[in-house]
Design a protein around this ligand. Structure first.
Ligand SMILES: Cc1ncc(COP(=O)(O)O)c(C=O)c1O
Length: 373
C-alpha cells in the first residue's frame, strides 16, 4: 500500500508547473535583482512580474505586495510593523491564532502594548459583537485569522473588516491556511493580509499585502529592498514559484474546493456514524474544504503513531510547533482536550479515505480496550 498523506495543512508537495518556472532562476538567471547588468535586470523583471501577478489575484496594486521568507515573517512584519510605527496602544486578536500571531502579541505586551485575546464559541468562531465592544480609543490593530490551521474554522472576515473600517482601525488577517479561498482584499475589507507558499504547492516564501495608505516600521534594515520594508536580497526563484503556485490554486479553486468538500463530508459522516463517541472539532460548515479534526476519546499521539505505522500521515495540534506535544490551545479554547487533524489535498482520493476509515475502526477499538483494561 502506498503512503496516504493527509497533512496538507502543514506542508504541500511542490507543483511540477511551479518547479518548472523556478528552475531557470536557480541555475541560469541567477543574477541579483539589484545588479544593473542584464542578468540582474532579468531577475528584477521576473520579480516585478511575480509581484504584479500576486497583486492581480488579490485585487491590489503591485506596490502593496512585499515578499518575505514565509508566513511567520510576514505576520511579524504586519503586527510589529504597525505597533512600532504607532509606539503604543491596544491590539485585538483571537485566542485561536497561530503562534506566529499569539507569540508576537505576547512579545508586544512585554513592550507595553495591551492585547485583548477574544474567546471563541464551541465551533471556533469569534463574536463580532464582542470584537466591536473590545475596540478602544487607542486600538491600533485588529488581527484575526482567515481560516484556522487546526480546526479549519473560517472567520467572518468581511464583517470584521467592516467593523474595523467603521472604527478606523487597521485590520490584519493571517491567510496562511486560506490560499484556496477568495483573496480579494477589497471584498474582504482588510488592510494587511499575510500568506505563505508552502500550503499552496509552492516553495517556502511569504507575502504581506499592505494597503497603500498604511505606514509600517520595517523589521529588517539593510539594502532597502522591497521599498525599504524588507531589506535583504530577494529570493527570486521562490518568489517566482510562489506567484505561479498562487495562480494555479486560485484558478482551480472552485472545482477543487467542491471536490474536497465532498470528500470531507463523506469522511466526517462515515467516521461519526461508524466509530461511536467521536466528535467533530470546529464548525460543521464554515470550515476549510480539506480540513477535518476529530476527537476519538483516545490518546491522539498514540493514534497518530499507529496510523504512521500504516503509512498514513496526519497531525495533532499545530505541526508548525516543531514536534512539541502539548495540549493544543486551539482545541482548549473550543473546550476539547485533543483531536486528530486530517488535512486533504490534491492527492487525496475517496479510496484513501476508505482505507483510513477501516484502519481507524481497528486502531481506535484496540486503544479503547487498552483504556478499559
Ligand atoms: C495559520 C498559519 N499562520 C502562520 C503560519 C506560519 O507560516 P510559516 O511556517 O510559513 O512561517 C502557519 C504555518 O503553518 C499557519 O498555518
Amino acid at each position: 500500500m502506498s503512503d496516504i498523506y493527509l497533512d496538507h495543512a502543514a506542508a504541500t508537495p511542490l507543483d511540477q508547473k511551479v518547479l518548472k518556472v523556478m528552475q531557470p532562476f536557480l541555475d541560469k538567471t541567477y543574477g541579483n535583482p539589484s545588479s544593473i547588468h542584464s542578468m540582474g535586470k532579468k531577475a528584477k523583471q521576473a520579480l516585478e512580474k511575480a509581484r504584479a501577478d500576486v497583486a492581480k489575484i488579490l485585487h491590489a496594486q503591485s506596490k502593496e505586495i512585499t515578499f518575505t521568507c514565509g508566513g511567520t515573517e510576514s505576520i511579524n512584519l504586519a503586527i510589529k510593523g504597525v505597533a512600532f510605527q504607532k509606539g503604543s496602544g491596544h491590539i485585538i486578536t483571537s485566542a485561536v491564532e497561530h503562534p506566529a500571531v499569539l507569540e508576537t502579541c505576547k512579545f508586544l505586551q512585554t513592550k507595553g502594548f495591551r492585547v485583548t485575546y477574544l474567546d471563541v464559541d464551541r465551533f471556533g468562531l469569534i463574536s463580532t459583537n464582542k470584537l466591536e465592544k473590545a475596540i478602544k480609543r487607542d486600538t491600533i490593530l485588529i488581527s484575526v485569522m482567515y481560516a484556522n490551521n487546526e480546526v479549519g474554522t473560517i472567520q467572518p472576515i468581511r464583517e470584521i473588516g467592516q467593523i474595523a473600517q467603521r472604527h478606523n482601525v487597521p485590520f490584519h488577517t493571517d491567510a496562511c491556511q486560506a490560499g484556496l479561498l477568495d483573496l480579494n482584499v477589497d471584498k474582504l475589507n482588510v488592510d494587511l493580509l499575510t500568506l505563505n507558499g508552502s500550503k499552496i504547492y509552492g516553495p517556502q516564501c511569504g507575502i504581506l499585502y499592505k494597503h497603500n495608505g498604511l505606514k509600517l516600521q520595517p523589521l529588517l534594515h539593510g539594502g532597502n529592498q522591497e521599498s525599504g520594508l524588507r531589506s535583504g536580497t530577494e529570493n527570486v526563484p521562490n518568489i517566482v514559484g510562489f506567484a505561479k503556485a498562487l495562480q494555479v490554486v486560485q484558478k482551480n479553486k472552485e472545482k477543487e474546493n467542491k471536490r474536497l468538500t465532498e470528500l470531507r463530508n463523506y469522511f466526517v459522516t462515515e467516521v461519526l456514524q461508524k466509530i461511536h463517541n467521536t466528535e467533530l472539532n470546529g464548525h460543521p460548515k464554515k470550515r476549510m474544504p480539506g480540513n477535518v479534526n476529530i476527537s476519538f476519546g483516545v490518546d491522539a499521539e498514540m493514534l497518530l503513531n499507529h496510523l504512521d505505522q500504516k503509512g498514513i500521515y496526519v497531525s495533532t495540534g499545530s505541526a508548525c510547533k516543531s514536534g512539541e506535544i502539548d495540549v493544543s490551545p486551539v482545541l482548549k479554547a473550543l473546550g476539547r482536550e485533543d483531536g486528530i487533524r486530517f488535512s486533504f489535498g490534491r492527492s487525496t482520493r475517496k479510496e484513501d479515505l476508505r482505507v483510513l476509515i477501516r484502519e481507524l475502526k481497528v486502531i481506535v477499538g484496540s486503544l479503547r480496550k487498552v483504556l478499559i483494561v
